[in-house]
Design a protein around this ligand. Sequence first.
Ligand SMILES: [Zn+2]
Ligand SMILES: [Zn+2]
Length: 301
Amino acid sequence: MEILRKPEIILKPEKTFWTNYHMHSHYCDGVGELEAYVIRAIEKGMLAIGFSSHAPKPCGMFWHMKKELLCEYIKEMSFLKNKYHDDIKIYSGLEVDYIPNVIGPSHFRDLNLDIIIGSVHYAGMFENGENCIIEYTEEKFVEGLELIFNNNIIELVRTYYDNIISMVNNDPPDLIGHFDIMKKFNYGNKFFNEKDRWYQNIVAEVIKVIAKKKCVVEINTRGYYKGITEDFYPSRWILEKCLEYNIPITISSDAHQVQEIDSGFESAASLLIEIGYKHVYIFIEGKWCKADLKAKGLVFK
Ligand SMILES: [Zn+2]
Ligand SMILES: [Zn+2]
């Protein structure tokens, strides 16, 4: 008698993908043409990407886009959107500095970009009127700490996070860039300990404001894959708090070259899963949507 064998069920591995809305290019301090990032993203099977060159700023530094390039940048993003329409979703954007009463996301809203990342890179002002950059070099960080904050690290941290609170309340971006980048030079707890009560209280205050305004926060892998920080922006315990407060998280690499388009993503996903995240957010067709979070990528139905 013929034995009927059940057909073997072959489970196809689930198709996963990444997205990344934080990418620089030659228009600011990154390397490479926009199209090179698009091609790399398509090769990697990414579902969507967004460009976020550093927006022009009055008295800008070398990493800011020159104002006269803005028009060309916008045209090029639009051209690429159409050219690769069938292969990948491309979103236009800028990473805009937030300095109270100087610059913020609202200054660029009339450009009708898809995603504006709001980032705080400055805290306090020197006597000569120069805003103090806190994530460029350690020397500059220390100079600001000494000359502006009289070596009081709590004051510097407070000012940094007050700027984030002010941005979220008064000029909310579509995505908050690298939440705690002021820790960049704090390896080995050189300047403060994140476990200190005063630090945790300040962060808890910021998280409550973000949760109320329902802003999206990125887990930014740049410090991690560049070997600058031991963990991501923000730190694990802050991500735990974000989950508690239902703050939407998206994964970004803050790429400054094509090879960094998804750097550190699997590590970031593992950490988020370990913390208890089931979803992250992706920007699709003009809005942030939930995507299932897997160790090797995202699933979106
Ligand atoms: Zn930044
Ligand atoms: Zn950036």
